[in-house]
Design a protein around this ligand. Sequence first.
Ligand code: NOJ
Ligand code: CA
Length: 584
Amino acid sequence: MNFPRAACTGFCFLFLLSFGAGATDSAINGYQPKWWKDAVVYQVYPRSFQDSNGDGVGDLKGITSKLDYIQGLGITVIWLCPHYDSPNADNGYDIRDYRKVMAEFGTMADFDELLKGVKQRHMRLVLDLVVNHSSDEHRWFVESRKSKDNPYRDYYIWRSGKGGQEPNNWVSFFSGSAWKLDPATNQYYLHLFAEKQPDLNWDNPKVRREVYDLMKFWLDKGVDGFRMDVIPFISKDPNFPDIPSQYATRPQYFYTQGPRLHEYLQEMNREVLSKYDMVTVGEAFGVTLEQTPMLVDERRHELNMIFNFDAVRLAHPGRLWTGWALPQLKAIYSAQNQQLDVHSWNTVFLSNHDNPRIVSTFGDDSADYRGASAKLLATMLLTLKGTPFIYQGDELGMTNYPFHKIEEFDDIEVKNGWKAEVLSKKVTAEDYIANLRRTSRDHSRTPMQWDATANGGFTTAAKPWLAVNPNYKEINAKQEEGDNNSIYHYFGKMIAFRQHAPALVYGGFEDLDPQNAKIFAYTRTMGDEKYLVILNFSRDAMTYSLPKGVKAGKLEMSNLGSAEEHVSEVKLRGWEARVYRVEN
Ligand code: NOJ
Ligand code: CA
């Protein structure tokens, strides 16, 4: 039985609805109820969350010290970005030892304390599983590269060159070829990311066994699941054909087409996932919406959910910022709603550690509208259909960093791109930086802004590993916790509201006005419970007439303190958001 472990705060109503009548697995609106469908997830990037020992780097003790803050928001699940031993070529996404904690982040005892603290607060902990590749410093790779007949040779993907060139035209996401010639054996190894992130060879059953064992190691400690890094890339076409030209600018859609992906995920499910009460969410960069049910349809026994990148990358589908328009965003949500039936569950997110800040990208981070637009985005994230994922700091309305020069960045993607594009004179330095001001991953990696003291209270060190956004004196947790009208408290109220409104979790979705360029108006309906969400994605004040037959009834949530109720047209201010009960 899917027993909600959380204290009976939010979901008692849902709980009674699903189990109260003695039914065990009775469906809600056609869906199997699961704790991870009701969940609200908070993503923690450990390096930037809270430094406990003054070395300028966030750590596990720091996270443990902030669990009350996270719980105070009403969060039920924490996703922890990689905390494993790593030389940090890609901030922990290059793992040297899957069973060890990164020394900078603390010890295994610190991890156990963190897990205990999470459980004590009736939350759950999801870890990052990064097994498409390891670090080149992992002992498997250290062995593998020694000789062609080393027992670990086949743990990775080695090929001879072709006519003195790389084996094929595959490219790395961090610039250049995806193949690196290793002098010891004069063969190339594959790395879809940095040179220090060699791809593991999933066709080798020993590799798969190693992965299942390390998953069990953490699950047996009591963690509640995994977010799986670029999991659809694990199967490679053994013939290693060139990337066809139609995928040249978006190779991720090619790398997800490996022939044995579903076989491996089903095996993983049989061997590991099915044995635990856990959740899996696949990072499905390069998976189309049409392919999504192949990964998440519960009857296929692969993953529970995936991250689809159509919305989060709408304004920068490739490296370059293109801008975005509201009807495009709405069309993405409608398409997801149509494509995924009751057997496939969705996620909702607009930011993470690989994307810029939500309020700077989808809202308006000017002084006048930052608060309203951050709250509007909270309203949307928590009323769309799918499990919401909130990235650390977005609950405070943290903004993009005002980057001006290359030295201010940490990200390997940025540094490699600088060499490949700017130093080679393909792109000017000004254009390169101007684009990063909108798109860089480092915007979301600047430290959490806890208070108005030096470095936002993130660290007592003079210099944190990445600079704190200079706006920390105005935007910080302490200030927002003390202001009942803050973005932080609005997030908390929205989360609480969602947790008492089963229709917002399991109800149907309908976009009432798909072409409207400024207003996103939609309903979430389950039986008699029907909500109307109205979001003004612009600075313009306007009177919005609801579509024929729709009447806004009782006002449930409002980001600007409106009192308008029981109306067929609403007078909206810039970036205003409201949630109504629908009146018949
Ligand atoms: C996706 C992760 O989210 C990103 O941060 C990382 O650089 C790549 N995968 C490689 O692991
Ligand atoms: Ca530290």
